[in-house]
Design a protein around this ligand. Structure first.
Ligand SMILES: [Zn+2]
Length: 323
């Protein structure tokens, strides 16, 4: 890639936009428009990460690292320069589109009683939670026409996986959760496969920036588990979307000292508990404290709260969790 192409890429992706897309928020505004916040690159407790939006540069007084948006992507995703460029290219192309699409699906949610009813049935009712997670609904059959009117060509929608090869909306009758660089759609009908992502990486741990600085993190398998826990006041929860961590998620969990509560499904075939056990071993090797939460058999956190479990009872499960 030429010097000029690199400069162009950097101009198209302001560092601050990219940081904010990773949930970074400034804690203080300094002179000349500079911002100071917690460092997303190390376990930071007092704001030491300085951002100069005008120059699109950062510097951390804690870990001593600094540079431009490409350097940030290298450090943050723990990848080499060419992969960092690839990630930024992909983000530049996809981010504005996914932002529009998630907004469109959010608008649809309250226009479709069946979607709201499904959320209720899964224990999701707080408007604050729905806003926090940006939950939307894909009714199907209306995204393509709306988004092409905004000027996105059909081939871009196909490439992103939002529209099928035959030209139909890919997400139909699905509750939609925006993720970092992806969307997750949960089917509300029993005849379709329940889980669907857009092609590409499912990203890091859900809402990681908001929990990573605390001493304790609750890790769950699914977004509906996340939802009921957050709603019950456990805001130190994150989710891996499945029961296997990708390398990025593993790196995140191990990026500083903390206690991780594994609240995986207690399904009858034992797959959730097996996954929890093997993950516990791998995390301990990295010096992370792990506790395995024992849910009543046949339950996941979502069904636990649905069947009249409350915050106090879940707190007791956390306290009783074995190392
Ligand atoms: Zn730092």
């Amino acid at each position: 890639m030429s010097r000029q192409a690199l400069d162009e890429l950097k101009q198209q992706i302001p560092l601050l936009d990219y940081l904010q897309a990773q949930d970074w928020q400034p804690a203080r505004h300094l002179s000349n428009g500079r911002l100071l916040g917690l460092c997303p690159l190390h376990s930071d407790h007092k704001p030491s990460f300085l951002v100069d939006p005008g120059k699109s540069l950062f510097y951390c007084y804690g870990c001593g690292r600094g540079g431009d948006v490409i350097r940030f992507a290298e450090l943050y995703h723990q990848v080499k320069f060419p992969q960092a460029l690839a990630l930024l290219h992909q983000w530049r192309g996809l981010a504005p589109l996914l932002y529009e699409v998630a907004g469109f699906y959010r608008m649809q949610l309250h226009r479709h009683g069946e979607a709201v009813a499904y959320l209720r049935q899964r224990g999701v009712h707080s408007p604050e939670l729905i806003e926090h997670m940006g939950i939307g609904y894909a009714p199907g059959g209306c995204l393509r026409s709306w988004i092409t009117r905004l000027g996105y060509p059909l081939h871009v929608l196909r490439q992103a996986g939002l529209v099928t090869a035959a030209g139909y909306d890919a997400f139909i009758h699905r509750i939609v959760f925006p993720l970092q660089g992806n969307l997750y759609g949960r089917s509300i009908s029993t005849s379709a496969p329940p889980h669907r992502f857009l092609p590409g990486a499912k990203g890091g741990l859900y809402s990681w920036q908001q929990v990573r600085h605390g001493p304790e993190v609750i890790l769950v398998e699914g977004l509906f588990d996340y939802a009921v826990l957050w709603q019950a006041g456990f805001h130190n929860v994150t989710c891996l979307m499945g029961n296997h961590l990708n390398a990025h998620q593993y790196g995140q969990l191990c990026d500083g000292p903390r206690t991780v509560y594994l609240a995986f499904d207690a399904d009858a075939n034992g797959s959730g508990q097996q996954a929890a056990q093997s993950l516990a071993c791998r995390l301990r090797e990295q010096g992370i404290h792990v506790r395995r939460v024992s849910l009543p058999e046949g339950h996941d956190p979502n069904s636990f709260f649905l069947q009249a479990g409350d915050a106090r009872q879940f707190q007791s499960l956390l306290e009783a969790a074995l190392p």
